[in-house]
Design a protein around this ligand. Structure first.
Ligand code: SF4
Length: 559
């Protein structure tokens, strides 16, 4: 038995599950990618993985039976699953060619042969060699494998040399060792591999390296663009969402129907008295499409999701954050919120608001060194009063609404004027999106740092919404009123409350979604990205800070 075999058969290795050969490919490509994918359970899709999945679908279905090693049979088997406790690995082999005692694994890959000696990159060679080792352990003679490149329709032989075998065994040991670590290896620095990496938006190599001073240059714009899927809002009372074949069908009360493909839906927002059938909910959750329920006024009621990601370390750190850590994160969020409120006032006021600007600057400075969460709450409340007292200065005087009582300072539960009705609704939409993004990243959306997780409030979503309330929420409100998009007919008075009509909610949602599509330049990283992407990026930065990859959370402040 070789040293490698001894190490792999060490009973201590039994603690880890068997390592899939595909993960070994990832490890050789980039140890961090391997860790994020296998240990943390992150996954994403890009053009390469989608194409790769299509190719594998053709050979994934098991077909044929592997002959006994001494049967002297020539045969081809597809989708053969092999595992070895001794090697510590398992694999599903796309195709195996048997010639009597000899066996030859064939692995299907997208694309063309690599422009390197041997015409196959090391990660693919190692993955194939694992398959060879598994076949050998099953009793076959194996001296080479084949990589079949689908685009080129070409078979490239890979000899299982002593050098490749040693590289493979060492990679298995190193990968299993890396999997035991409590944190991932650091990102590669300036690597061209990141350009094609499926987890680049999770890993954030250039962003993290910049903040850790491991690179000086501005980050490349590597994070992926917004996925094409968009939220599906069910607004009209009595609307039913049901599943029909591969589609979802939205059926309002009037009997008309709209068919939507599952891949076009990022999440479903059920507002007020609408319903989803059980098969529709099953299908949505199975495809990791969250469903959020809001009251008619926009209050966040709850959310249903599929299983949370494997990112258990993050949730542990979230629950176990110390008082000092909670205070530090909260300070960053509140300072950014106040500074963003100040920027909004500075940019949009029609009249002089110098006193408010000075008071907000003072509040931000005090928030930066607040000694406790309670003090911070007081400062945040004071800043909100200053800001909303001056808020009217950002609204057109000749606003096309009949009532003179357009805005009487911030009020809620219930909102008592049109602007407060829209502010409350838009803030709920923002918290809804933060809750979904928090879940996607691996957080518990309910466990906050600044907001207590009480009374069913999604504390973390509320926390993370703070720095974006002025930039997204208030900006939408100003656009809707100052451009005359909302008129008197979009509101109804119910007792002391003012509520948006159904059409008013529609207009508000459209404006809100437009705002999420708006691009903004990131003040630290320098590239442009949509607000929708930014919400996700900030949560990932918070995750990196909590998991110790960054020394602090950097909240988003616009200039
Ligand atoms: S983005 Fe780069 S550093 Fe990060 S996991 Fe991918 S290859 Fe590795």
């Amino acid at each position: 038995m070789s040293t490698s075999d001894e190490a792999l058969s060490d009973p201590a290795h039994g603690v880890l599950p068997l390592l899939p050969a595909r993960m070994l490919n990832e490890f050789v490509y980039c140890p961090r990618l391997f860790y994020l994918e296998w240990v943390r359970g992150h996954w994403d899709e890009n053009e390469y993985t989608i194409e790769g999945s299509d190719i594998h679908r053709r050979v994934d279905t098991p077909k044929g039976v592997a002959p006994e090693p001494d049967a002297e049979v020539t045969n081809v088997v597809r989708g053969l699953e092999l595992a070895s406790e001794k090697l510590g690995v398992l694999a599903k082999l796309d195709l195996v060619e048997f010639f009597g005692k000899r066996a030859r694994p064939v692995d299907y890959k997208r694309g063309r042969p690599a422009p390197v000696e041997g015409r196959v990159w090391d990660p693919e060679r190692v993955q194939l060699c694992v398959q060879g080792l598994l076949l050998r352990e099953a009793g076959y003679e194996v001296t080479e494998g084949i990589i079949y490149f689908a685009e080129a329709n070409e078979r490239v032989p890979v000899p299982f040399t002593a050098e490749l075998e040693t590289m493979t065994r060492n990679a298995i040991l190193a990968a299993r060792e890396a999997a035991r670590a409590s944190s991932p290896p650091p990102p590669l620095v300036d690597s061209p591999k990141c350009n094609a990496c499926v987890l680049v938006s999770v890993c954030l190599p250039d962003e993290i390296n910049l903040l850790l001073h491991r690179r000086r240059a501005r980050p490349r714009t590597l994070i992926t663009r917004d996925p094409p899927a968009r939220p599906l809002y069910l607004l009209e009372p009595g609307t039913v969402l049901r599943k029909e074949g591969n589609h979802f069908v939205v059926q309002p009360r009037d009997g008309t129907e709209a068919r939507i493909r599952a891949i076009d839906i990022s999440h479903v927002v059920a507002v007020g008295p609408v319903s989803l059938t059980t098969p529709a909910i099953h299908a949505l959750l199975a495809q990791n499409v969250p469903v959020v329920w809001l009251s008619r006024g926009g209050r966040f009621i709850g959310m249903a999701t599929g299983f949370p990601g494997k990112n258990l370390d993050l949730r542990r750190r979230q629950y176990g954050a110390t008082v000092a850590e909670r205070l530090e994160v909260s300070r960053a969020m509140v300072v950014a919120k106040i500074r963003n409120q100040r920027t909004m006032l500075r940019r949009n006021s029609r009249v002089g608001v110098d006193a408010a600007l000075a008071a907000l600057a003072e509040a931000a400075s005090r928030a930066r060194s607040a000694p406790s969460i309670e003090t911070l709450r007081g400062i945040e409340g004071l800043a909100a009063r200053i800001y909303f007292k001056a808020f009217g200065a950002m609204i057109r005087e000749d606003i096309p609404l009949e009532s003179n009582d357009i805005f009487a300072g911030r009020n809620r539960r219930p909102p008592r004027d049109p602007i407060n009705a829209v502010l409350s609704f838009v803030y709920s939409l923002l918290v809804k999106d933060m809750a979904i993004q928090a879940f996607t990243v691996g957080f518990d959306p309910y466990e906050g740092f600044f907001h207590q997780p009480r009374f069913g409030r999604p504390g973390l979503a509320l926390d993370m919404a703070e720095e974006f309330r002025p930039l997204i929420g208030d900006s939408v409100v100003l656009t809707l009123f100052n451009n005359g998009e909302l008129t008197a007919s979009d509101f109804r008075r119910l007792g002391i409350a003012v509520v948006l009509s159904e059409e008013g909610r529609r207009k508000t949602i459209r404006a809100y979604e437009r705002r999420l599509e708006t691009e903004v330049r990131h003040p630290v990283f320098g590239y442009r990205l949509t607000y929708r992407r930014l919400l996700n990026l900030q949560l990932r930065m918070l995750g990196a800070a909590l998991l110790g990859e960054l020394d602090r959370y950097v909240a988003f402040e616009t200039r």
